[in-house]
Design a protein around this ligand. Structure first.
Ligand code: GLN
Length: 456
């Protein structure tokens, strides 16, 4: 909490610090433990954690960095929050993000941006820039994020932290504010691969309250990470994704990536190139499917049920429809409005087959690409993001160049595969570079081993 006090004026990683709640939670857990009600002490007991403000926390304001939810205090905890509490992990507060997790820089937060601890004139990535900056600046040892197209991994790359998107359905989404439900996944942010594994073991597992949750045990992730730390990768086949290695990447990013590949080989891994031809269309298909789901999910913010309500001014008929229009006009930012409009267009009769239907077909082809790639390799690799952290304002007037940040992270969301970014040294501009591992569905352990090996 002292580090948070010292760092926050320069960073703004947190939207809310819940110091009193964290202390009360720790005290309560202590009492239970002393009374013998806890049983064997969970491995992460006492380790505090920061939570992206896209995840609901009982009694602590949750806004998704949007004016439309400002002041909303949830009456319940997300499943992951319940699990953290049961494991004795105090909640430090809620971290900043692009409004409703839509963006790649955290500049779209309605409450002001977060700064990158490595260089405060630069963005920390997004949408989960707050969680990544909090962990990078030692304000929190661990954090949670949500990843729909890269929002855990790309901020991880830009801040030199570890970010994991688990297998779709591997961690309950109950209590995660929905952005694009078929792509969203909660996951760990940490400073080491083993920390991420331990955290995912706490938050993972089946949940009857999430209909897309997979009824299976969490794979042995910390065991895989510990094995990886021995730096022996003999017998492991690593697939370098041809479509994600090349054009448009900053030279320093490519260089660090290539060195990482060499290190994997030195540790005994066999590196083969895999061809995923439909990945070239992943970004385009994502920007049809994601806004379609956004337009549907965000329809619930109508001024009736949550947060903000703006009544029409005098002289304008005081109808429910007008109230909704004025509420949404005042409550949503430009990027969120842009995506709602895109989604409604893509889903409208007459365009549905041409846009949404086509994008779903592309999604299936991407899944096939992954299936074929995993016949040739155990785990896939690419750089996480085409560039290091960029400056504030650089991409704000050009949504397409902002969207390009997600080129390497989106395919895993489209296919539901697990993926993670780990730090791979600094580019020639002195800023962190991310190295991405992608595992087969339900086998998150397969990516944890080489990730831990490369980190070590
Ligand atoms: N940057 C991507 C987007 O703007 C990813 C967002 C996310 O993963 N939540 O959609």
């Amino acid at each position: 909490l002292n580090v948070i006090d010292a760092a926050e004026p320069g960073l703004h990683a947190f939207l809310k610090v819940s110091a009193d709640e964290a202390r009360a939670q720790a005290d309560e857990f202590d009492k239970k433990n002393i009374a013998g009600e806890v049983g064997s002490l969970p491995e992460l007991a006492g380790v505090p954690i920061a939570i992206k403000d896209m995840i609901v926390t009982k009694g602590i304001e949750t806004t998704a960095a949007s004016k439309i939810l400002e002041g909303w205090v949830p009456p319940y905890d997300a499943t992951v929050i319940e699990k953290l509490k049961a494991a004795g992990m105090p909640i430090l507060g809620k971290t900043n993000l692009d409004e409703f997790a839509q963006g790649s820089s955290t500049e779209h937060s309605a409450f002001g941006p977060t700064r990158n601890p490595w260089d405060t004139s630069r963005v920390p990535g997004g949408s989960g820039g707050g969680s990544a900056a909090a962990v990078a600046a030692f304000e929190a040892p661990l954090a949670l994020g949500t990843d729909t197209g890269g929002s855990i991994r790309q901020p991880g790359a830009l801040t030199g932290t570890v970010g994991v998107k688990p297998t779709y359905g591997g961690v309950s989404r109950f209590g995660a504010i929905a952005m694009a439900s078929s792509l969203d996944q909660i996951g760990p942010v940490s400073r080491s691969v083993l920390d991420a594994a331990l955290l995912q073991e706490v938050i993972g597992g089946h949940d009857v309250r999430d209909s897309t949750s997979i009824p299976m045990e969490v794979p042995a992730l910390s065991k895989a990470a510990r094995e990886g730390m021995r730096r022996d990768l003999k017998g492991l086949k690593v697939g370098l994704i041809k479509q994600l290695g090349g054009d448009g990447y900053q030279p320093g990013v490519k260089q660090r990536f290539n060195e990482g590949v060499k290190l994997l080989q030195d540790m005994g891994a066999e590196v083969v190139e895999v061809d995923c031809p439909h990945f070239d269309y992943a970004l385009a298909a994502y920007y049809i499917i994601m806004p379609s789901e956004v337009s549907s999910n965000l329809a619930r913010y109508d001024g009736m049920r949550y947060g903000l309500r703006v009544m029409p001014p005098e002289g304008v008929p005081q109808t429910a429809a007008n109230m909704m229009a004025y509420t949404r006009e005042a409550g949503f930012g430009d990027e969120v409005k842009r995506r709602i409009i895109l989604g409604i267009y893509a889903l409208s009769a007459g365009y549905y087959d041409a846009w949404y239907g086509k994008a779903q077909q592309v999604r299936t082809l991407i899944i096939h690409d992954f299936e074929q790639a995993f016949e040739k390799a155990d785990v896939l690799i690419s750089p996480t993001s085409p560039s290091t952290a960029f400056r504030f304002g650089e991409k704000m007037d050009d949504p397409l160049s902002m969207y390009m940040n997600d080129i390497a992270t989106i395919p895993a969301n489209m296919a539901g595969t697990p993926a993670m970014s780990i730090p791979a040294g600094l580019s020639d501009d002195g800023l962190p570079v991310g190295f991405q591992f992608i595992g087969p569905q339900k086998r998150d352990d397969v990516m944890y081993k080489p990730a831990a090996a490369l980190e070590a």
